[in-house]
Design a protein. Structure first.
Length: 199
């Protein structure tokens, strides 16, 4: 009934006006990739996440340092095995139940894209990223991202992403605030985020 009334009210109306979509895609202050990466590092750490920069040969050592004392780790089944430290008991995720995920201390994933302006990493269930649940349940998320995956702005990131894939946009560890603005971390996801940026 309500929809019928809306349809009747709209009959004979002109089509909606075109809305200009002149979004700023580039960031003038971030002219080269070095500036983009510097901004990314600044924004990621500003969100209270940890960040390590390393070369390809240092990924396993950086991941080991990020894991600290964590010994039980879940990983996507297709994660690059060279990223895994020898001392870690890594368990591939083959649709582990939430109770099993909750018992795991950490997760290691890759990423689809990073955004310098917002300090965000985006996962889209692509290679090395796994399903959304594994990046949300364990208390520590170690996310490895290559420098060439980092872009300056959100519109640039959106252009790289497939809108039909499930996306998880992560800006720092999970956090919320109550009415008095007391920050609490780890309520809706990992209490600690550690980004490994591979130059």
């Amino acid at each position: 009934m309500v929809l019928d009334r809306i349809r009747a009210a709209l009959d004979g109306q002109p089509p909606p006006a075109e809305i200009p979509r002149g979004y700023a895609v580039d960031h003038p202050a971030l002219g080269d990739q070095a500036a983009v990466l510097d901004r990314f590092v600044d924004r990621v750490t500003d969100y209270r996440a940890d960040l390590t920069r390393t070369g390809v040969d240092g990924i396993a050592a950086a991941v080991a340092a990020a894991l600290g004392d964590a010994r039980s780790v879940v990983v996507p089944p297709d994660l690059d095995g060279t990223w895994l430290p020898d001392h870690v008991d890594s368990r591939p995720d083959h649709q582990l139940p939430v109770a099993d995920l909750d018992a795991v201390e950490a997760v290691i994933t890759a990423a689809a894209v990073g955004i310098a302006e917002t300090g965000t990493v985006v996962l889209d269930a692509g290679p090395g990223q796994g399903r959304r649940a594994i990046s949300l349940v364990p208390d520590l998320h170690v996310c490895v991202i290559r420098a060439d995956q980092v872009v300056a702005t959100v519109p640039q990131a959106v252009r790289r992403l497939d809108p039909t894939r499930p996306q998880t946009w992560i800006s720092g560890p999970s956090a919320t605030s109550d009415i008095e603005l007391d920050r609490v971390e780890g309520v809706h996801g990992p209490r600690t985020l550690h980004v490994v940026l591979v130059d």
